[in-house]
Design a protein around this ligand. Sequence first.
Ligand SMILES: Nc1ncnc2c1ncn2[C@@H]1O[C@H](COP(=O)(O)OP(=O)(O)OP(=O)(O)O)[C@@H](O)[C@H]1O
Length: 443
Amino acid sequence: MKELADVIYALEEAQLNLQALHHQEKPTGPGIIFLDHLSSLEAVEESVSSTASLCEQQVIAVSLTTLPRGAAWKLLSAGASDVFVWKATDKPGEAILARLEYWRSAKHQLQSLQKVLIGKSKVWHATLRQIVEMASTSCPILLLGESGTGKELVTKEIHALDNRKDKQDLVVVDCTTIVPGLSGSELFGHEKGAFTNAISTRDGAFALANGGSLFLDELGELPASLQAELLRVLQEGTYKRVGSNTWRKTSFRLISATNRNLAEEVKNGHFRQDLFYRVSGYSCQLPSLRERREDIPLLVDHFLQHVHHKPQPVDPELYQYLAARDYPGNVRELQQLVSRIAHKHVGDGAFTLGDIPEADRPSFEEAEALPGKVELEQAVKRLFYAGVGLKELKDLVADMVKEIAIEDKNGNVKQAARKLGCSERILQMHKKADATSPYLKGA
Ligand SMILES: Nc1ncnc2c1ncn2[C@@H]1O[C@H](COP(=O)(O)OP(=O)(O)OP(=O)(O)O)[C@@H](O)[C@H]1O
């Protein structure tokens, strides 16, 4: 194909070290899949989806000709990170190179984030990818999530990843502490004598964050009178100190956080819609700890290490208890509990259930209710009233637990079987049935 030869030549000219992937070879870097008007879209989708997982999602589909309508969506949903039409740009080689460079640096940033923002679950990994993506732009970011899910920690990491030249500090303002009577002097600053106790002129957060980032924690609590003022600052980049008539300039990256449902607050008139749109250039929902229970053992190790500074074994029963327990205060609550366990522990032996302080031990009734007994009972009731019989119910639960175990062990059937205390054959049969059963696939 002459056209493809030209394309490869152009990529080599752009200093891209291409290597053809031969049959049954595993890719060692990002992948580029070429297609033209003669390629079957289904076959390309197939190769994108089989290559994407091996290339850690970094597959770019390059079409030599204009793509039919809807084809780009199909390729993206098959796992391509990007879809690119060769002739749509003047210097396609350079454009591809720029994308590959972006991925390389995103991968690097992801690896550094993983050392601080602990977790390996799918949902947490997707959140980390989103954080990397957000950090590379200058858009205002809105972090949503329950208390203790890591909003402030994530903010610090976004600020750390921000590669602005001459970047200044991250300034944190907790909106619950803003006193409406002081006209937002925490944000605007004030002149000497602007109000009682204003004994000297002071800069506020807008001045201090100039050239850096401003973190507005609990944005949902910002008094209504200040919402309009904040909007003006974000739109114009100017503000006046309380008691002054001089306009001052400021420029910062805004990161806000709330554990309220801000969209709902807009609907019921408690939060300005225009401000909501302004602060949520990107919005990112941090998952609660109950949505990523599989991360609990890693978090436990991480927090234990903080207290004890050296790796020490943990009894599996302790992991199990900590992973099953409820944490309304999310990671912060787990961190505090682990810290109490670490401080109570004496000697060099493994951490065990016995290290749980008396006050943190579940009562017998509570222990019975673990894990999520109420939710389980409700789900079973719904199935029962829907007419599901005993055998179907047993099969459903058994299939579910097999899936969970296989996923937990990253597809390693042997380890999953050991964990479940069943034979490997049972799980292999389940995998086979899963692959062929349209019922299970659709479920
Ligand atoms: N993924 C994580 N890995 C390691 N530590 C974490 C993680 N998430 C949260 N933490 C820790 O949990 C504690 C609470 O996190 P943080 O203060 O960032 O939560 P938050 O969502 O801002 O809480 P709040 O809404 O109550 O202000 C901190 O000590 C933080 O370091």
